[in-house]
Write a protein that binds this ligand. Structure first.
Ligand code: SF4
Ligand code: SF4
Length: 288
């Protein structure tokens, strides 16, 4: 996946949340970027995975007439008419959205500036934000230059080349990394990609003091076996025995239908996952 339209000056943005308490420490301005290099079974925002190909299927489905096809075969979205019903997303056969827009850094900065008195920082998420590395770098650089009090975080699937982390390092405070599974075969089954780059990202960021937390999304009977969790905990403890780990129970809301329906772990199962990890190391554990 490459994002052909993303540059240092502007990025393909799915959405923006001005105030979020769940995307890193404190109150954060979150920029969701369109496009992902993984294709996760349990993705809660599957419409952020691919880029719109202009097929036009969604245009007729819009009850508000907010969508049209231009002469170049691209879909145009009229934000002023859109009611946010998301019918277009529901009918898109390609896990895309017609509402992703090119947003200049300057325009986002104007929005961040207005919200800044109430913010702890900004987070780029997705999709996979690191698929638009130049844009992220220049957005973070603009924040650091004008609003240095705000921290700059990346929320990532970890499938990131080392040179991208190197480029972001001077302007990025920290990253939150999803580790979908320590077993590579299972990881490939649930994401479509190897976990090699994810593990390397965790090691690289931790060595630089830029790993804020690792998230473990656990699905009953898929990636939650005790021995696998213990092995995961031992590996993470070898990197940082007090690492902050968020144990997240899979939730079905928003995911695509799966050939084999995924099962949500119970509250007791989620606490059991944390207990297994705790036997390996005194991690800072959060269970949600
Ligand atoms: S958003 Fe989906 S359905 Fe609509 S034009 Fe793009 S690819 Fe086709
Ligand atoms: S969310 Fe999509 S379908 Fe609904 S009004 Fe907006 S453009 Fe139309």
């Amino acid at each position: 996946m490459s994002i052909p339209l993303a540059t240092a000056a502007s990025g393909l943005v799915t959405d923006v949340i001005e105030f979020s308490a769940v995307d890193g420490p404190g109150n954060r301005f979150v920029v969701f970027l369109q496009g992902c290099n993984f294709d996760c079974l349990a993705c809660h925002n599957p419409y952020t995975i691919n880029l719109c190909n202009g097929c036009g299927v969604c245009v007729a489905s819009c009850p508000s007439g907010a969508l049209s096809l231009d002469d170049a075969g691209s879909v145009r979205w009229d934000a002023g008419v859109c009611t946010g019903c998301d019918t277009c997303i529901a009918v898109c056969p390609y896990d895309a959205t017609p509402k992703a827009q090119q947003r200049p850094v300057t325009e986002l900065m104007a929005q961040i500036r207005r919200a800044a008195p109430f913010l702890s920082g900004i987070t780029v998420s997705g999709g996979e934000a690191t698929q638009q590395p130049q844009f992220v770098e220049s957005l973070f650089a603009a924040v650091k230059a004008e609003l240095p009090r705000l921290t700059c975080f990346v929320d990532s699937n970890g499938g990131v080349e080392p040179d991208v982390w190197d480029a972001l390092d001077p302007v990025m405070d920290a990253a939150m990394i999803d580790l979908k599974c320590f077993d590579d075969e299972i990881h490939q089954h649930i994401t479509g990609a190897s976990n090699a780059a994810v593990l390397a990202s965790i090691e690289r960021l931790a060595a630089r003091g830029k790993l804020y937390e690792v998230r473990l999304l656990l699905m009953t009977g898929v990636n939650d076996a005790d021995e696998l969790l213990a092995e995961t905990g031992r590996w993470l403890a070898g990197i940082d025995p007090t690492m902050r780990i968020k144990v997240i129970g899979y939730r079905a809301h928003g995911v695509r239908p799966s050939a084999v329906p995924l099962v949500e772990p119970t509250a007791e199962q989620r606490e059991h996952y944390a207990a297994v990890l705790r036997t390996e190391s005194p991690f800072e554990l959060l269970v949600i």
